[in-house]
Design a protein around this ligand. Structure first.
Ligand SMILES: Cc1cc2nc3c(=O)[nH]c(=O)nc-3n(C[C@H](O)[C@H](O)[C@H](O)COP(=O)(O)OP(=O)(O)OC[C@H]3O[C@@H](n4cnc5c(N)ncnc54)[C@H](O)[C@@H]3O)c2cc1C
Ligand code: FES
Length: 502
């Protein structure tokens, strides 16, 4: 079995250059996932010049680890959005998803991108046969509210293949995210615009409006943070930290598997549990391909990550016994307390987009449309509903203590608990562990050649202690979900600095 996303293996992307000279553009876009690549592409369509800079390789981090259901159905139920924000805003949030699917289809047709874009129905269903009447009534209410707000939704006694009660939403979609994005990214360079890889934004100079990348500077008029977890950039550290503490990072696990053609209908499925399992089915020549995910937990808060894969695989085999698993991977989703993303200006000349939860492909596309409109000073219908500084649109207040309860708990608990080993002698090849004495811990990793890396385990965001993730060979922080490579480099924020070597 390959431990890499199916998308990365099946759609290689040519390398873009490393930035080695000073550059001047209208807009800098930081981060080349779905948000950054789509933004850069749309900005270029308007005639502005853009530099898209990426710390790693394009479409390789969350966007490379997605499952790419294209849907307007949010993780938080429509009924809950309506209670929190009112019917109009709940409808606006779902409209954003539908508009994103239309925009993806427009770009696929305009640029003639072969990325398997297909309209399919989505089904939300109960899990297993021991469901309650309360669950059925919730599903019925969800379908009727969706219909009232103008969305096509039908309650079904029996969802195809699963034979369980659920709701059918036609006209959703799916595609191959990397085939789509490699085509869009390929159109950005030229006429004063650029894409740079292995080129991280490391320092912002708000007075001179420039960002340091490698040893060079990019001068810009405006900056768009498409880093999923926003960097501090041009804002104040306090404001940025406050925003980061509103975000919860979850790890989600996925398997790819082959089944004989026609085993399950070509569609999107997910169940009503929390966390839910999700499935997409793609017709291929001679077989069907399943992508099955779930087991979400807060990043860094589960010790035995291999067990999450084992549980998920057991459920997949129970539901679809003919599934022949050939890929597995995991990735992160970032959620907000009220279920809607934060997209908009958060400092003068700076725009951010984050908190998409499980809808980042559609919300990332809407964020790109909103970023283009912001940069070209056009009005946009979603400005208020996704505003970064929304405190309350209707009834929703942000419960700071509830959302951040993990932070002080892990800060204290991790510092007093015993390390896992006394010395690096206990470390096997390919393994990481916290070693040392109680007051003086070190994050140690032994690579496949036997070389040992010793790092400070103190997360460079706000100082919690990282933990070893054995399934992915990374150091994960339980407080706000930063992830570091085994050798200490940042994989995912909010941390911006690597773990320091000791
Ligand atoms: C397992 C899984 C399943 C999912 N399923 C779905 C789904 O079915 N449907 C859906 O809509 N969404 C889904 N999502 C969510 C969705 O994939 C993500 O929300 C979305 O891809 C995020 O896109 P992004 O462009 O904002 O972030 P990313 O793809 O993470 O891109 C951000 C980029 O910024 C770069 N970066 C960070 N810091 C810097 C810096 N200092 N300088 C330069 N570059 C930097 C990173 O390297 C990264 O490449 C899923 C996610 C996961 C993990
Ligand atoms: S991510 Fe905030 S302390 Fe580690």
């Amino acid at each position: 079995m390959r431990s890499v996303p199916f998308w990365i293996d099946s759609a290689p992307i040519k390398r873009f250059p490393y930035l080695e000279r000073n550059v001047k553009v209208d807009i800098v876009v930081v981060g080349a996932g779905i948000t950054g690549i789509t933004t850069a592409h749309l900005l270029k369509e308007t005639g502005l010049t853009v530099a898209l800079i990426e710390r790693e390789r394009v479409a390789s981090i969350d966007t490379g680890h997605t499952t790419a259901h294209l849907t307007c159905i949010t993780d938080v139920e429509l009924q809950e959005l309506a209670r929190t924000f009112g019917d109009d805003h709940a409808q606006a949030a779902w409209d954003a998803g539908a508009a994103a699917i239309d925009e993806i289809q427009r770009l696929v047709q305009k640029e003639q991108i072969e990325c398997e874009f297909t309209r399919v129905p989505a089904y939300v269903h109960v899990y297993g046969h021991s469901f309650s009447q309360k669950e059925i009534s919730r599903l019925k209410k969800e379908a009727s509210l969706a219909a009232k707000l103008g969305f096509d939704a039908t309650y079904l006694e029996s969802v195809p293949y699963f034979n369980l009660p659920g709701v059918r939403y036609p006209n959703q979609a799916k595609f191959h995210p990397r085939k789509y994005l490699r085509a869009l990214a390929g159109k950005v360079p030229g006429n004063g615009s650029h894409v740079f890889e292995k080129s991280a934004a490391s320092e912002f100079d708000a007075k001179k409006l420039r960002v340091k990348v490698n040893r060079s500077w990019i001068n810009f008029d405006r900056v768009i943070m498409a880093t999923n977890n926003p960097l501090v950039g041009l804002t104040h550290v306090t404001a940025a930290t406050l925003l980061q503490t509103k975000l919860s990072l979850y790890t989600s696990y996925v398997f790819g598997a082959r089944v004989p053609s026609g085993t399950v209908p070509e569609a999107l499925f997910w169940d009503t549990r929390d966390p839910y399992d999700y499935l997409r089915v793609d017709r291929r020549r001679g077989f069907d391909y399943l992508i099955y995910g779930g087991e979400d937990h807060k990043t860094g808060q589960k010790n035995q990550t291999e067990k999450a894969y084992a549980r998920l695989r057991a459920r997949l085999k129970k539901i679809i016994p003919k599934a022949r698993v050939d890929y597995r991977w995991s990735g992160q989703v970032i959620c907000t307390p009220d279920g809607l993303p934060y997209i908009g200006e958060n400092a003068e000349r700076q725009f951010i987009a984050t908190g998409y939860c499980g809808n980042g492909i559609t919300f990332g596309t809407i964020a790109a449309i909103m970023a283009r409109d912001w940069a070209t000073e056009r009005t946009n219908p979603w400005t208020d509903v996704f505003a970064v500084d929304r405190k309350k649109i209707k009834g929703a207040t942000w419960n700071y203590l509830r959302e951040n309860k993990d932070y002080p708990y892990y800060m204290v608990k991790d510092r007093v608990t015993r390390p896992e080993a006394d010395s690096v002698r206990e470390l096997k090849r390919g393994e990481g562990m916290l070693i040392g004495s109680r007051g003086k811990k070190c994050a140690a990793f032994r690579d496949r050649n036997g070389k040992i890396y010793k790092l400070s385990p103190v997360c460079t965001h706000l100082g919690c202690l990282v933990r070893w993730n054995s399934a992915e060979s990374t150091w994960d922080c339980p407080c706000h979900g930063s992830r570091f490579k085994a050798t200490g480099e940042v994989m995912a924020g909010p941390a911006e600095e690597r773990l320091s070597p000791v």
